[in-house]
Design a protein around this ligand. Sequence first.
Ligand code: GRF
Length: 201
Amino acid sequence: MNIAVFASGRGSNFEAIVKAVRSGKVKANLALMLCDNPSASVILKAKRLKVKTVLIDPRLHLTKKSLEDRIIRHLKDNKIDLILLAGFMRILSPRFVLTYKNKIINIHPSLLPAFKGADAIKDAFDYGVKVTGVTVHFVDEKMDHGPIILQREIKIEETESLSSLEGKIHKLEHKVYPEVLRLFINKQLKIKGRKTLVINR
Ligand code: GRF
């Protein structure tokens, strides 16, 4: 199975996936890392880890269609079977999602459907919730919306700071994303409407 990771920023989840693949915990070929932000530090990480990198510069594309066509060409050329979004700050069009139907997974740092969007950890912290967490889900045409595969919770203590919460969330993400990847590769995920069933546990 050929995997592509899409990332726009720091790339800590990307790194966790690389480690899981290289240690043999996940049996897949990490074929490429695709980034849409020329100044993202994930590009340096990929270089250090010797993972093939595709940089898509949005400034070179007048339309979303042209940008996505370019991405799709790279995916086809590399025979990609599964896309993992890991901090990819771009909403994929319905056409793109349909092209890779049930083959795009995202990780989000809250218990969806609470706190969608780019600042989920801070939004949950500022709201004062006592429990937050991590969600891994299939991607559909709406943001942070597709069928949920896995959720893990984290308690927010009264003494918690935002940065300690961020640390806990990211640590948990790095554990659960490879777990979900293994379930997908082992064909243990079955989508039924809004629900994802995990079979043969
Ligand atoms: C993660 O918190 C992920 O859940 C969210 O974006 C962040 C990416 O972090 N979608 P990193 O770039 O993997 O370090």
